[in-house]
Design a protein around this ligand. Structure first.
Ligand SMILES: Nc1ncnc2c1ncn2[C@@H]1O[C@H](COP(=O)(O)OP(=O)(O)OP(=O)(O)O)[C@@H](O)[C@H]1O
Ligand SMILES: [Mg+2]
Length: 358
């Protein structure tokens, strides 16, 4: 990994109250992190979530110095000159750009004050289940460089199940589907172990790209990826519900090259989302087909739990239920489910450390 330099050009997002600060200095203020394709979250032991930012970093193209991360960097996306590189360093749930991911992790850990407020904390980081050894090393090195003393990794489906408060320690089949930005991870867990896990590179980003392609094809309009995401958030759904709705979409007319706006309906968006939603449905079905009769019985009784931001797509649980026949439940606060699960490990490292993979 190449060398990275850091600068913290803006004020810290939060301040620990005096007593928390004293406690953190004494106990090291152990941390949990969900390193996601779309969002990165940090949890502080005894306190909860202290950082929740988009996984975007903007750097000076010449010096590789980080200029902004998270919301600030996301606001710059697609609007910077060549002097600034603004990137999403995670793609498809894996590290697409090592240097930028390292920079982002370090910057975010600095932002929560790792070196300033805590005495070399330990950190548990949630990572995709298919992560390679090289990627594990990159994540660990980045955290160590940021000043933590010990890095442990936990697979995201395990963290999602803990965050959804499923009894993963019991001999029952717990099925979770984590629909993030880059990947959908389908896993079945029992007795603190993973019985089945499979990850597909179809999730929220793919939905946004499907909307982008649809609008290009049907309306001859080129739109940015975050505009496509906005359409999904406002009128996206997996099943029809309520009265028809539409949204004004802004982009660039392909024929003239000029700024243009068009009206897009919820039905069109549903059509565009059909393919990614079908891919997610198929991966759940494939998992169910491979389970033992005993686990299938547990899942039939207990249902399947959805986590990750993609779980918030309107009508998704109903559509999955309709197509697969099993009950689907959306975890409480799907966007924070993984980091709260990693947080549970950090709150009880003595007993739950065994759930970590490194
Ligand atoms: N209300 C919503 N409806 C549909 N999608 C949503 C909603 N809210 C958030 N999302 C989508 O959820 C995705 C982000 O989810 P999440 O933060 O769980 O992903 P991540 O953990 O960063 O990614 P990954 O787990 O793949 O690395 C984005 O694609 C976002 O557009
Ligand atoms: Mg995730």
């Amino acid at each position: 990994m190449s060398t990275v330099s850091l600068s913290i050009p803006y004020t810290l997002g939060y301040e620990l109250p005096f007593l928390d600060r004293m406690r953190s200095l004494l106990h090291g203020g152990d941390l949990a992190m969900d390193l996601g394709t779309a969002n990165t979250l940090v949890y502080l032991r005894g306190r909860g979530i202290i950082l929740n930012e988009p996984s975007v970093v903007a750097v000076d193209a010449e010096t590789n110095r980080a200029l902004a991360v998270g919301h600030q960097a996301k606001a710059m996306f697609g609007k910077t000159s060549r002097a600034i590189r603004c990137v999403r360093p995670m793609k498809d749930g894996v590290i697409a750009d090592f240097t930028m991911t390292a920079l982002m992790i370090q910057h975010m850990l600095h932002q929560v004050g790792v070196k300033r407020k805590f005495r070399r904390p330990r950190i548990v980081i949630g990572v995709p289940s298919g992560i390679t050894q090289v990627e594990k090393r990159a994540v660990i090195d980045a955290a160590l460089l940021a000043g933590v003393r010990d890095v442990m990794l936990v697979e995201e489906p395990m963290a999602a199940a803990l965050g959804a408060e499923l009894p993963v320690h019991k001999p029952v089949g717990n099925m979770v589907v984590d629909i993030g930005g880059g990947t959908t991870e389908v896993a079945i867990l029992s007795m603190n172990a993973t019985l089945y896990s499979h990850s597909i590179r179809v999730a929220g980003d793919e939905m946004d790209e499907a909307i982008q392609r649809h609008i290009r094809r049907e309306h001859s309009l080129e739109i940015g990826i975050f505009e496509a995401e906005r359409i999904k958030l406002v009128i996206g759904s997996a099943l029809p519900f309520g009265p028809p709705r539409s949204i004004e979409v802004h982009g660039r007319d392909i024929a003239t090259g000029y700024p243009q706006q068009v009206e897009v309906t919820d039905e069109e968006v549903r059509l565009a989302l059909h393919e990614p939603v079908t891919a997610i449905t198929s991966s759940v079905m494939a998992a169910l087909e491979q389970t033992s009769a005993e686990v299938a019985q547990d899942i039939a009784m207990r249902g399947v739990h959805l986590a990750g931001g993609g779980a918030l797509l309107k009508g998704l649980t109903e559509r999955l239920h309709r197509e697969i026949g099993v009950r689907f439940f959306r975890a409480q606060e799907p966007l924070t489910c993984v980091v709260r699960g990693v947080g549970r490990i950090v709150e009880n490292l003595k007993d739950l450390r065994a759930l970590c993979i490194a």
